[in-house]
Design a protein around this ligand. Structure first.
Ligand SMILES: [Cu+2]
Length: 232
């Protein structure tokens, strides 16, 4: 829902609206309790200030008449919590747990202190073949095309974050973590490392170049390595 897009960030991925929705509901529901409770809080601070009530009374709050002021709002907050968990788990499952059906192009994302390297499939559409295109700090993808990314780290924990896609995933040394995205508008967007990974952490910004099909094909043809000629 657009009403929940509070930021001016573009909603680049197909799942950006779902993530914004969860954040929007959390903001609205927590905001409801905040707006309800703060005036009561300040009213009591004012009403029972020292001048009006010099002697503090000790109340255990165990009597049902008093306890209901805790237990009833508590139950209401729990109902709201269950609502947030239900919509959150649905989005988590759709975005993080399930990968879209293959075959899809894969891109490899490798984090290190302090840069990102990317391996793109070349014109053959397959990773780990001779026409792979390797870049540093520039990821090139085609708009409106689902990709599976394979995230690795060469050294420490990093976090692969594309704010415009509402996407963030830790890179863990020794593991290959897969996920997916589907960028819906051409443009150049930021990639950030979202996990303090050493003194150069702030020096590893990168860019994702989302290109329409023709521009992406042209980029691939210009950058694919020339086939090797066997020596004889
Ligand atoms: Cu990092």
């Amino acid at each position: 829902m657009d009403i929940f897009n509070f930021t001016r960030l573009p909603a680049l991925s197909s799942f950006a609206d779902n993530i914004d929705n969860v954040i929007g509901w959390v903001t609205v529901l927590v905001g409801f309790w905040f707006i309800l409770s703060e005036p009561v809080f300040f009213y009591f601070i004012f009403k029972y200030r020292k001048q009006n009530s010099p002697k503090a009374a000790y109340i255990t709050g165990e009597e049902p008449e008093l306890h209901k002021w805790i237990s009833r709002p508590h139950a209401a907050v729990l109902v709201f919590d269950v609502f947030i968990v239900v919509i959150g788990v649905k989005v988590w499952n759709d975005v993080k747990l399930s990968l879209p059906p293959e075959p899809l192009p894969h891109v490899r994302v490798v984090a290190q202190q302090w840069a990102w390297s990317f391996v793109h499939p070349g014109p053959d559409g397959q990773l780990d073949t001779a026409d792979d295109i390797k870049t540093v700090d520039d990821l090139h993808i085609q708009a409106n095309q689902k990709y599976v990314w394979e995230l690795e780290s060469r050294d420490v924990l990093h976090s692969f974050s594309i704010p415009a896609m509402r996407m963030k995933q830790d890179a863990v040394p020794g593991r290959v973590i897969k996920g997916w995205f589907d960028a819906n508008a051409a443009g150049v967007y930021e990639i950030q490392c979202a996990e303090i990974c050493g003194i150069g952490h702030g020096l590893m910004p990168a860019k994702v170049h989302v290109e329409d099909a023709a521009a992406h094909t042209a980029w691939m043809q210009t950058n694919a390595p020339a086939p090797r000629i066997a020596a004889n």
